[in-house]
Ligand binder design. Sequence first.
Ligand SMILES: NC(=O)c1ccc[n+]([C@@H]2O[C@H](COP(=O)([O-])OP(=O)(O)OC[C@H]3O[C@@H](n4cnc5c(N)ncnc54)[C@H](O)[C@@H]3O)[C@@H](O)[C@H]2O)c1
Length: 412
Amino acid sequence: MSDRGKTVAIIGQGYVGLPLAMAAVDAGWSVIGVENSRAKYEGIAAGVSPVEDVSSDLVKGAMAAGKYRITNDVSDVADASIVVICVPTPLNDAREPDLAILESAVSGIAPYLVNGTLVISESTSYPGTVRDVVAPMIERLKSSSDVAIDVAAAPERVNPGDVKYHQKNTPRLVGGLDAVSTKRAVDFYNTICDEVVQVSQPEVAETAKLLENTFRLVNIALVNQLAQLCADQNINVHEVIDAAATKPYGYMKFTPSVGVGGHCIPVDPMYLSWWAEKNGSKATIIDESDAINLGMPIYVSKRVRELIPASAKTKRVLIMGVAYKPGVSDVRETPATSLRDDLIAQGCEVGWLDPLVSEWEGLTPVSVDWECDAAVVATAQPGMPVAAIAGRGVPVLDCTGSFAHLENVTRL
Ligand SMILES: NC(=O)c1ccc[n+]([C@@H]2O[C@H](COP(=O)([O-])OP(=O)(O)OC[C@H]3O[C@@H](n4cnc5c(N)ncnc54)[C@H](O)[C@@H]3O)[C@@H](O)[C@H]2O)c1
């Protein structure tokens, strides 16, 4: 790994950073994966991928070929000509942007960057983060005023669990602080992606990423509200949605759900909302949509409790699928948490199971034969025993639309 010009360091080896690392290896780069979580670092060093979309064999193969190495020593970024930041950008308790992890990553790498390094941020954030937060911090903390650093934004669009779209065939938005930064970042992603979309400034790339996820948040909120309105009036919302979806243009199908989860849809739009407020405006449509989606687990809790037979002596409810979406073990921001909390607050005893999740907030799953009075499918994980549970007469509320063909199953 001695050729700096062909070496890229990737800060954060999670859902975004590790797939990028493997894609870069595939494109001929030598990759240094920098990871500061001890458990993740040790796991990857032992050849175990922490991410479903990346096989352990792929990681082991890249390491054996000398094209990938994992480190927890941030000074190793000095060996790379490109440093890509892929660290979390969550919300704080007030549901406002929390850039502490990003700032800590930037301040960690800054002193070790050598002259001519290109720093790219893939982390999702509000418009102006790269220009007003990342770049000034590098300028302030770099080892010497003789060190010149290029900086660009290239927000990641990865969709964990998606077998069709990945790093290579998902067009990449790239905007640098100046023409040189932009060109260098475009050249880098051209080695990895089939299509690179150059935009005029980082703020365009940052805002576009937020628009994409806000589009989903708002449309999900729309069908979630419609589901409640239709249920009140005995109209089958699924028939309505399918009917609307026969329109061949100008419509995109979204379906009701227990709410939104994960690191993107519930989080990114709040960055846009916060940014609007910082600039003296209000993104009212985002705030309203957020409130509707946050209310869904409470609505679902009410609907599943209505299924508990009046004769039941207990109020035991089983939640099936606690990851925030099918095919992943990721429980970050899962709406199943609010659902569980509300069920407990309403006096229910709650069990859960999810074939991909072995532990959830310190709790282990119940077995398939756990006695319950009602069940709710929150996420349609593959391999879930819905048929077995409905088959023994347990009323099931299906929030995913995947099990409507089964007896004893009601759709949300
Ligand atoms: N997960 C997604 O589906 C997705 C999709 C598109 C964009 N994004 C964005 O990408 C960014 C990363 O998200 P993610 O899902 O990969 O997060 P993640 O938690 O899966 O991975 C981030 C990794 O960074 C590590 N880390 C944090 N600080 C570090 C530091 N200073 N040095 C080294 N490692 C550090 C963490 O330990 C973690 O392993 C976020 O801004 C997110 O919004 C995520």
